[in-house]
Design a protein around this ligand. Structure first.
Ligand code: ADP
Ligand code: MG
Length: 913
């Protein structure tokens, strides 16, 4: 099926293969056309109606001529490019462009899709991919010639969000639009992707019938437990056990194969040994099954052999247009009464509710469901994604985004498939519903020797924190805290502010709570005299009526009820934490009932958290089933959960800012420099030479001091004299990474003698000097670092920190996923602890913050537009007095050739499954 690599031209972009989910939920493969696709094209033409052929070729024809086939399939993948859409080995659509001779930044495009597959968004996907590809080939505009009655195609262009310029000439429209996506294109792409992904998952969440391949009579086996759970869960459709060795499983007639099932099957669970999974899946494909949940293990988690098997499995699944959860997973659960699908093999079933969960670890999945059941946290749906070669946490996010049953999304993540896609989706979804993720700390030490400052900084766990914060994701490190915050978010409104009122029947825990809240930057609000007077009336004379309100041990149901009534109705607090210690066993139940009733009476008014300090039954959310009150055994947990909810509310309310359009950027010039450098560097990543770095930075209007690389003393003296300012001398060599560490930098050279002496010093500092950079010295200024590194988890990151050479030591840095908005840039600067220095701390000189923000945005633009950059380290950037700007005095940029002529990995991949 796949040509051997030898048959493909060297320029063939072999990595530009995409499995894309279509509007109807099916999947299709899009790949660059190959020379051997002639027959496929011929076959495709046979499946097009006369009208479709006419629209494509402006004439009716039955066959492509050999010349045409040659033209369509022999491409250079640069000036002429085509993608084909393939399903079940047949070509069902083609999109191509060719660069116009007279206008090399413009290319003409054309599309064709067989009639049976029209209306699913194939042309639109082809267009998006072509646009993205063409952009990287320096093509800035597309032109299409469309017959005036080809409404379908005109609609494709318009719906894809491109702004069109149309000219009608003799019944043919010439449509022109930029390949650079606008905000509208991006929004259209995202909406498209979301709908398509959600549709594709419907057979998994809402099957009308299911088969269990490997349903076992053994009640202890996984197949046995799964089948039993589906039956016990009262699934609303028919369930068919498939078992070649049994006539009947649990009183249900069994079938030898899915193919023997007389009715249609939407979803199949596969619980058979790894070696027979693929044959079983092929039968499902033949049966027309649309969704698969593969419980079986023995795939990529066991090593190379398993990886190969998983790749094959995925191939079968994709070519049949199915979606697959797993392999190596514990199943799926949907508590919606419309299906009641308990398709997992664990023993615990949590109550129905509004929390959706996905887990990457199967075993942990069992534990998560157990806790959820114990803590009375209601679940809408649950998916154990296992090895996730197909359905991943990202897909599920898109599904849950618009799932009316889900208000809170929980993720247990070990790795992200496509971090950029995750971040983009999370940012958008967080506006509607909170996402809580357990992502444990990690070290990437050893992944690669981090050469630059920026590289070594990214291994800090703080990167994960910054990135989650940027995307509004609530991060927890432990399962316990996952449930602490979820119980709150799922059942209570978000706080409108930071002021908290505490009610307690014991002084000590009240103080603990107050301390814990303050430690989380929440405010234990001062209560007004009027409110304190009202509290005095309802409480014992010995009670303390300031915050925390200490009702003392004698407080019973009446006091809690009255006091909570006051705190719920006052506008002096934004959230309430009630602490109850059952001091005497008598009356404890009544008090809890009183607390519950008071809280339920005002449900939704402001967040309410109960700290029930007792070793038994203390952690279960109490309530009437629909409205639950999050309950914690210790005040610290409640304080932490409330702090997370507050931060989330603030994130949601904040202005995101925009990615500004910057002037003074010449991406073409910078790209030319990088391309020339890559020619010299070869296929392995390598560092740019100092003059190349200078050219790239200046193409993005990032200011550097004047400088020149010289080879001898005389030249150094001459350059220094021509500047007429103090200069800095720096050795240029392969081996000198941190030049000043080894005496390769001298500062403040004025006279000719000083310059000559300095030249000799730095030249002698390394065994392999190549030259010496004579650079104008920048007077004063704060030293900051601006960098970029590629994190194995998150992709490219922008890093900012203060402290020049001390930056690694201090680790006081902020990270963001590019592109940065203006607000991101400002926040990054404000986020580092030493930021006050830049504002002129204690009489120190302030810095030009506006110029610094601008520099951050320029670096963000640079790495967006030049994906060849894998590492960038501007250290230091001198931030001078307000109005004087910033100056990059030391810069390193590492670049890497990106597979083939195009870059599918990092940017703009429309849908990575
Ligand atoms: P490296 O990072 O390889 O040690 P740098 O070029 O960053 O070398 O120089 C080391 C330090 O010297 C900088 O952190 C900065 O404090 C100072 N320095 C370097 N170049 C200049 C310059 N042009 N003007 C002022 N100070 C400079
Ligand atoms: Mg430096």
């Amino acid at each position: 099926m796949i040509d051997s690599l030898d048959d493909l031209p060297a320029s063939y972009p072999a990595d530009c293969v995409f499995d894309v989910v279509l509007r109807d939920g099916s999947t299709i493969r899009i790949r660059p056309i190959r020379p051997s696709d002639g027959d496929g094209l011929q076959g495709m033409l046979g499946q097009m109606s006369r009208q479709s052929v006419y629209h494509r070729f402006f004439k009716v024809k039955d066959r492509l001529t050999p010349d045409e086939i040659e033209t369509f399939t022999r491409l250079d993948y640069r000036d002429r490019m085509a993608f084909v859409a393939e399903r079940g080995g047949e070509i069902v659509g083609v999109g191509r462009y060719h660069r116009l001779g007279g206008a090399p930044e413009t290319a003409e495009i054309a599309f064709a899709v067989i009639d049976a597959q029209q209306g699913k968004g194939i042309a639109r996907r082809l267009l998006q991919l072509l646009a993205s590809y063409a952009r990287d080939q320096g093509i800035s505009a597309f032109e299409a010639r469309v017959l005036a009655d080809n409404h379908v195609m005109i609609r494709v262009f318009r719906n894809a969000g491109f702004s069109l310029r149309r000219e009608l000439d003799e019944g043919v429209y010439t449509v022109q639009f930029p390949t650079e996506g606008s905000a509208a294109t991006a929004a259209a792409e995202q909406e498209d992707e979301k709908r398509a992904v959600a549709a594709s998952l419907m057979p998994i969440f809402y099957p009308s019938s299911v088969a269990v391949v490997g349903a076992s009579r053994d009640p202890l086996s996984i197949g046995g437990r799964l089948f039993k759970n589906i039956l016990n869960g009262d699934f609303t459709g028919p369930v068919y056990p498939v078992n070649p060795h049994a006539e009947v499983v649990r009183s249900v007639k069994a079938y030898r194969s899915v193919l023997d099932i007389p009715e249609h099957v939407d979803l199949a669970f596969i619980v058979v040994p790894a070696a027979v999974v693929i044959p079983a899946v092929k039968e499902c494909a033949a049966k027309g099954v649309k969704g698969l949940v593969i419980i079986s293990s023995g795939f990529s988690e066991i090593g190379p052999r398993g990886r190969e098997l998983e790749r094959e499995l995925l191939e079968v699944v994709r070519s049949a247009g199915m979606r697959m959860v797993g392999p190596n997973c514990m199943g799926v659960l949907n508590t919606d009464p419309a299906v009641r699908l308990d398709g997992q093999f664990g023993p615990h079933v949590p109550p129905p509710g509004n929390v959706a969960m996905s887990s990457q670890s199967g075993a942990l999945g069992v534990a998560i469901l157990d806790y959820a059941a114990q803590l009375n946290i209601g679940i809408s749906s649950f998916v154990s994604v296992g090895n996730k070669p197909d359905v991943s946490g990202d897909d599920l996010l898109l599904y849950w985004e618009d799932d009316p049953a889900t208000d809170v999304i929980l993720l247990y993540v070990e790795s992200f498939g496509n971090p950029r896609r995750f971040a983009r989706a999370a940012r958008r979804i967080g506006k509607k519903k909170p996402i809580v993720a357990v992502k444990s700390g990690r070290t990437i030490a050893g992944a690669r020797a981090a050469v630059s400052h920026t590289g070594s900084l990214a291994s800090l766990d703080v990167a994960v924190d910054s990135l989650f914060r940027q995307a509004g994701v609530i991060r927890t490190d432990t399962l316990e805290s996952l449930f602490d915050v979820t119980a709150l978010l799922a059942n209570q409104p978000l706080p409108a502010g930071r002021r908290v009122g505490i009610v307690t029947n014991a002084g000590g825990p009240g103080i603990l709570a107050a301390d814990a809240l303050s430690a989380q930057n929440l405010e234990v609000a001062e209560l007004s005299e009027a409110l304190q007077d009202r509290l005095r009336i309802v409480l014992s004379p010995d009670a303390g009526v300031s915050n925390p309100v200490d009702m003392i041990a004698s407080a019973g149901p009446a006091q809690y009820a009255a006091c909570l009534e006051e705190l719920f109705t006052t506008d002096e607090v934004d959230a309430i934490v009630a602490i109850f210690i059952p001091a005497s066993p008598l009356g404890a139940d009544e008090t809890v009932v009183a607390i519950r009733d008071a809280a339920l009476a005002h449900h939704g008014a402001k967040p309410f958290l109960l700290v029930y300090m007792s070793a038994v039954g203390a952690h279960e959310a109490i309530g009437d089933g629909e409205h639950r009150i999050p309950t914690y055994p210790f005040p610290e947990q409640a304080a932490w959960a409330l702090a997370k909810a507050t931060e989330f509310a603030e994130w949601r309310a904040r202005d995101e800012g925009t990615v500004p359009v910057l002037d003074g950027i010449d991406a073409t010039a910078a790209r030319a420099v990088v391309e020339r450098a890559l020619f010299r560097i070869g296929d392995e990543p390598g560092w740019l030479e100092p003059d190349e770095v200078g050219a790239v930075l200046s193409a993005f209007s990032l200011a550097m001091p004047r400088g020149e690389v010289v080879a001898d003393e005389d030249a150094a003296a001459a350059v220094a004299a021509s500047y007429g300012t103090p200069v800095v001398l720096k050795v240029v060599s392969e081996s000198a990474v941190h030049k000043s560490d080894i005496g390769g930098v001298v500062l403040n050279r004025r006279s000719e003698d000083e310059v000559r002496e300095g030249f000799r010093t730095v030249w002698a500092a390394v065994p392999d000097p190549e030259g010496v950079l004579v650079q104008e010295q920048v007077a004063g200024g704060h030293e900051v670092l601006i960098g970029m590194t590629e994190d194995p988890t998150f992709g490219p990151l922008v890093v900012f920190g203060l402290g020049g050479i001390y930056v690694e030591l201090l680790g006081d840095v902020a990270f963001r996923i590019p592109p940065l908005t203006d607000v991101d840039a400002a926040e990054m600067i404000g986020e580092v602890k030493s930021a006050p220095l830049l504002r002129g701390y204690r009489g120190g000189a302030p810095g030009d913050l506006e110029a610094l923000r601008d520099a951050l945005l320029r670096v963000s633009a640079l790495i967006e537009l030049l994906p060849e950059i894998v590492e960038l380290d501007l250290n230091p950037v001198k931030v001078r007095l307000p109005g004087e700007g910033v100056s990059v005095v030391d810069a390193r940029i590492r670049v890497r050739r990106i597979g083939g002529p195009w870059v599918p990995s990092r940017r703009d991949v429309p849908s990575e499954l």
